[in-house]
Design a protein around this ligand. Sequence first.
Ligand code: SAH
Length: 400
Amino acid sequence: METLPTVLLKPGEADRIVAGHPWVYANEIQRLTQQITDGELVQVKDSRQRLLGVGFFNSKSKIYVRVLSPERIETGEQFFEDRIRAALAIRQKYLPHAGSFRVINAESDFLSGLIVDKYEDVLVVQISSLGMDKRKPQIVAALQKVFSPRAILERSDVASRKFEGLTESNEVLFGEPVQKVSVNLNGLKFETDLVAGHKTGMYLDQQVNYQAVSPFAKGGQVLDCFSFLGGFGLHAARAGAAHVHLLDQSADAIEASKRNATTNGLADKCSFEAINVFDWLKANTAVKPHEKVIPRFDLIILDPPSFTRNRASVPDALRGYKEIHLRALKLLKVGGTLATFCCSHHVSTELFQDTLLSAAFDTRRVLRRVATYSQSPDHPVIPMIPETEYLKGFALEVVR
Ligand code: SAH
């Protein structure tokens, strides 16, 4: 094996890499031993020349090196095949019955810059680093070998690509173009648009939570806020809800969730509204002075998109989170359940809980926490890499 170009770190900058975090920032670098082409494999050494790992280099990015392995490796098709098989084994262990799931979740699977989602027999690839982008043919070949899919699509339409000097790329990498796939989650079918849908098509990270929240719906009146394709709402309807009302501001999402309700034989229990959740909650909690809101729901699900883009937007986001919690709590019956989620990496579990407790205080509600949730196991959390943990949720019963 030829010697790799070397990135030498400044004294004191090695620990995070030794601990397993893959990112080397530009300001941590002492010097490069030679000129390095962006996207190439390099070795990273500490200030005393000890090898810390190898990874892809990109001088255009704030993340100069994305480490792939503590030891020397070759990054051809075989490397990707081995990593994909290892990641698949984790999914088969922790999500044994799933046919649709995230196969590769970037840093969570030690492949920074690469996401692969499996929607039944179609794979969707999302690449956000130059090193991975340059190895697209090897990645596609390895995916074909492991999964024999009907098609492999690319949905590299993420804004972060520009930080790597890349432009957006949406194309068919293998097979015929596919747009809509009927995705089976926990035995329910969801029509998913792989070309225009959110993320790479849908929110696979909630797969286990749809099922986990659904028993709270039994026999009750349910409100699913930010319902998208109806993930929470339709699981609730199947679990025996008396009625489910689904709210999403996207008319397309509401139409798709209606079709999903019909496909699954649950349409008679569901109603739908294309509306801004903030407006709906406000309108449904508005009362005249000295009147009280009449609580009428047994389960309210709040699963909003991330209200934060960066750290600076956190205060605004918290005001938004507080407002929806405040209004939802007014609409919940005593004994009812609030299932609430926050997918912002910038809002910690503690901060999220503080926000909803502040809403409970203002509405004079006392809550019992009956469950805590995280992202589905196909989005593994590596505690040494805090960025891998982003989704948190609680189920809270209204005590009084
Ligand atoms: N619960 C969904 C994910 C929801 S997040 C699931 O499990 O799949 C994204 C959804 O929130 C999108 O469908 C988007 O259209 C919707 N949305 C974003 N802001 C909204 C708002 N203010 N009011 C209503 N819907 C909103």
